[in-house]
Write a new protein. Structure first.
Length: 611
């Protein structure tokens, strides 16, 4: 129930549209009920011969007892006088006109109600997708490292889509079918309360059966959506890793992997639809069973006991048969809501995942770096049982270039990630001019950072949009200056549309070196006071590396730089080098100082330059 109430609250901004839709549904139910009340006079006028030319006092007027007693006496009396206060043929013509008007109102209100419901539900779906996407933007790298991309994509697409029928249409259909069912019940009771009560004997067992089926449908809907998430994940991984798949000749393996996920989803969906499909004929059969039983009982009233006029029994049967549609509709709503609640559980579970990196209520805006960045006894672990960093302490003064070197897995990239607050330290702290980074806003911190990682991330967009990512209204001259500094302008100029060329998903139309140079140009265009370079030249050939390294060295003179490099030749001129081993800093100093010491740095240097 809590999940469903959260779903309904999504419609709160559109309560005006929903209120109008509900009003049309009320009119629709009223028109349906009134159309049923015309069955008895229609039958009487059509099949009862009369020479009086008008309704006689013994004829039962529309509205039954309400036509002569109560607040509705006056309007129903006027209605009966207009409808039957003429010759039979004129009364019949008026009755036909009334039927046409009622069905016009019924169908028009049904269209308007559904159309407005669609507007409200799609607006709510848009808002929910936006909320989920915005929430994903707030979650830290730790969350993404523990989640599969395909699963998250499925949450945002398949699961949100599964909620659609549980919202406006679900709420509206419950109201419309519920009111219509009540109207049909009132008409049936007015015709024969004994027969109506007898018909209701089988409704509770049927309702219990439908509830049990709905609960089973919710469980199977959840399993089906999980299998769809797995299928989406396999597809996404295959598309992103297609080069590796082809290089290793694993097409058949990937096909079998996809086939398994595809078959699992197919089987789960078939089981889900099996229940959904069975609900409709089951509900219809129960209703027909009631109708047949009541028809038998009614026939005894007419032919044996002679206690009911045939036209009234005909109205009763018509009202009873009219209950089939709302009962079927309510049973379908039950299955739709049950399926939607399974998706809601997963979506709200994602929305309830609290970001572990965020701004504290008292967070201040970080002032530009004036003195130094300090790591003070910093420790960190992705898993509490496997620490990655241990008591890391060092200082980067404003304007210095500090290099982090060491073997792969020593903790260098994690050290830079902590400075950007992709994670927070498990122990110790990192400060800008003595201010703990956890005491300032994330946005103000990252505005001061320019980051180039060893994994080049580009988007399916133009060169211009990729280089100017995160910046608005960048002049062409500044854009070109940044690409020239990164030695990217030459190859960009050769592209079919220059800076307006779309480079494909993840920059697939460019070489590895070209992608890396665009990433460097993107960082340079931001003109940040602090540069974080994580193997920024790793994908460049020798000539490109030399050109980009020269450009970086010129730009580093007025900036504070932390650089990670496996090739020690690129960091020999750093102000200070920190040597990492197993998550600890084992040496600090200049290139010459460390080379003179027979320690870890000297061993790394000898391994690279022993030839």
């Amino acid at each position: 129930m809590r999940a469903y109430l959260r779903l309904v609250r999504l419609l709160r901004p559109y309560r005006g549209v929903m209120a109008t839709s509900i009003l049309f549904r009320v009119f629709n139910a009223l028109a349906t009920t009134l159309s049923l009340t015309l069955v008895q006079p229609f039958t009487r006028l059509l099949f009862t011969a009369t020479t009086a030319g008008a309704a006689t006092p013994r004829d039962e007027p529309i509205g039954g007892p309400l036509a002569t007693h109560g607040l509705l006496a006056a309007p129903l009396g006027a209605w009966n006088l207009w409808l039957f206060g003429a010759t039979p043929i004129v009364s019949f013509e008026r009755l036909c006109a009334a039927i046409l008007v009622l069905f016009l109102v019924k169908n028009l209100t049904d269209y308007l109600a559904v159309f407005l419901s669609v507007q409200a539900e799609q607006s709510a779906m848009r808002d929910l997708r936006g909320r989920v996407y915005a929430h994903l933007q707030q979650l830290s790298l730790r969350f993404y490292h523990g989640s599969r991309a395909g699963t998250l994509i499925s949450r945002l697409t398949n699961d949100v889509d599964a909620l659609r029928d549980s919202l406006a249409s679900g709420v509206g259909d419950v109201l419309k079918d519920g009111l219509t069912l009540i109207g049909c019940l009132v008409v049936a009771l007015s015709a024969s309360w004994r027969l109506t009560l007898f018909a209701m004997l089988v409704v509770p067992p049927a309702g219990i059966a439908l509830t049990v089926a709905g609960q089973k449908m919710r469980r199977r809907s959840g399993r089906a959506q999980e299998h769809m998430a797995e299928l989406t994940t396999v597809l996404q991984e295959n598309i992103n890793g297609v080069r590796v798949v082809k290089a290793f000749g694993m097409e058949r393996y990937e096909e079998s992997r996809f086939d398994r996920a595809n078959a699992a989803y197919r089987n789960a969906y078939v089981r889900l639809r099996g229940i959904a499909i069975a609900l409709k004929p089951f509900a219809e059969f129960v209703t027909i069973l009631v109708a047949v039983a009541i028809a038998w009982a009614g026939a005894r009233e007419i032919f044996v006991h002679r206690g009911m006029p045939p036209e009234r029994f005909f109205q009763f049967v018509t009202a009873l048969l009219a209950m089939i549609s709302p009962i079927k509709g309510l049973s379908e709503v039950n299955s739709k809501v049950a399926a939607g609640l399974g998706a809601a559980d997963r979506i709200f579970g994602l929305l309830d995942t609290a970001p572990d990196i965020g701004d504290r209520p008292s967070a201040a805006t970080l002032a530009p770096l004036a003195h130094a960045i300090r790591y003070e006894g910093v420790g960190f672990a992705y898993d509490e049982h496997e620490p990655v960093l241990h008591d890391v302490t060092f200082e980067v003064k404003r304007g210095e270039v500090v290099a982090l070197v060491g073997a792969s897995g020593a903790g260098k990239s994690t050290t830079l990630d902590l400075l950007a607050r992709f994670y927070d330290p498990s122990a110790g702290r990192i400060t800008f001019d003595g201010v703990d980074l956890r005491e300032v806003t994330v946005a103000s911190l990252r505005r001061q950072l320019g980051i180039v990682t060893q994994e080049t991330i580009l988007f399916h967009d133009t060169v211009r949009a990729n280089v100017a990512y995160g910046l608005d209204g960048v002049p062409d001259a500044e854009l070109e200056a940044a690409t020239r500094a990164a030695h990217a302008h030459e190859f960009v100029a050769r592209l079919p549309r220059g800076y307006d060329t779309v480079i494909g998903d993840r920059g697939v139309r460019l070489s590895g070196g070209e992608r890396q140079r665009l990433a460097i140009a993107r960082a340079l265009l931001r003109n940040p006071p602090v540069l974080l370079l994580d193997e920024a030249t790793s994908s460049l050939d020798t000539e490109s590396e030399r050109l980009v390294q020269d450009a970086l060295e010129r730009l580093m003179r007025q900036r504070t730089v932390l650089v990670i490099a496996h090739r020690l030749s690129t960091v020999q001129h750093a102000n200070r080098i920190c040597v990492f081993e197993a998550g600890r800093i084992v040496q600090q100093g200049t290139h010459a100082e460390l080379l003179a010491d027979a320690g870890a740095y000297r061993r790394l240097y000898d391994l690279q330059f022993r030839d």
